[in-house]
Design a protein around this ligand. Structure first.
Ligand SMILES: [Mg+2]
Ligand SMILES: [Zn+2]
Length: 227
């Protein structure tokens, strides 16, 4: 029987110990990346604009970026245990990421993990920058990889909330897992939320019910009670 549940899970900082996109920018930025982030946090620019601007100001070859990932970026070692638990219970997992698909694919492949991913993409340019290719385009629901049902807010590169609404429209009970700013909006719309770091702090301040976690093994323990 197909489960009523579906899991939507963030990647950077949630499955990985460190935020991969942010680590690439911090390591290779040629400008004050924090100033760009501050404008995003203040609401002056959107998430799309923040990412496009930050990645247009890096100086790194594809090889340098993969070296950084291979050397310093790690997955939560208990994530595969969670994946197996979901598989056993016929609960599908979809990765929803405002980050870049190339490093998600790379890190998953290295661990033999095969999970459908909805993420933005980055194109390695000749001048050692990355040009963002966003998953969802505002004003055109059928552009890029967006499904026909996607209602796009125009602020995200990959509108996680629109995909979440699509799943709820199909009658699914949505379990959302995340850690950061790109999860604020979808977490408020989900049926069950597992949150860490700034997402947990935010949801607490907004009085939104959520389950704090540190590692994916914590989520398995809580889901065993839940489902
Ligand atoms: Mg994150
Ligand atoms: Zn959005």
């Amino acid at each position: 029987m197909v489960s009523e549940y579906t899991v939507l899970c963030d990647f950077d900082g949630t499955i990985t110990e460190r935020d991969v996109a942010a680590s690439i920018i911090k390591e290779f930025s040629t400008v004050d990346w924090k100033e760009i982030e501050d404008r995003y946090i203040a609401g002056t620019i959107t998430s799309r604009e923040e990412l496009a601007e930050q990645f247009s100001h890096i100086d790194a070859s594809e090889e340098m970026i993969f070296d950084l990932i291979n050397k310093d970026m790690k997955l939560d070692p208990t994530f595969t245990y969670f994946r197996d638990f979901c598989k056993m219970n016929d609960i599908p997992i979809t990765i929803v990421s405002e980050g870049l698909g190339f490093y998600i694919d790379h890190m998953f492949l290295a661990k033999g993990i095969d999970i459908p991913t909805r993420a933005n993409e980055g194109v390695f340019m000749e001048n050692n920058t990355i040009q963002m290719k966003f998953l969802t385009d505002p004003g055109n629901a059928n552009s890029g990889n967006a499904g026909p049902g996607d209602v796009i807010c125009g602020k995200c590169g990959n509108c996680k909330s629109s995909y979440l609404e699509e799943q709820k429209g199909k009658g699914k009970t949505v379990i959302y897992i995340g850690d950061g700013r790109s999860d604020f909006c979808p977490a408020k719309k989900a049926d069950i939320v597992f949150a860490k770091k700034s997402l947990a702090i935010y949801l607490r301040s907004e009085n939104v019910e959520h389950n704090p976690f540190n590692r994916f093994s914590d989520i398995v323990a809580m889901m065993e009670e839940l489902i």
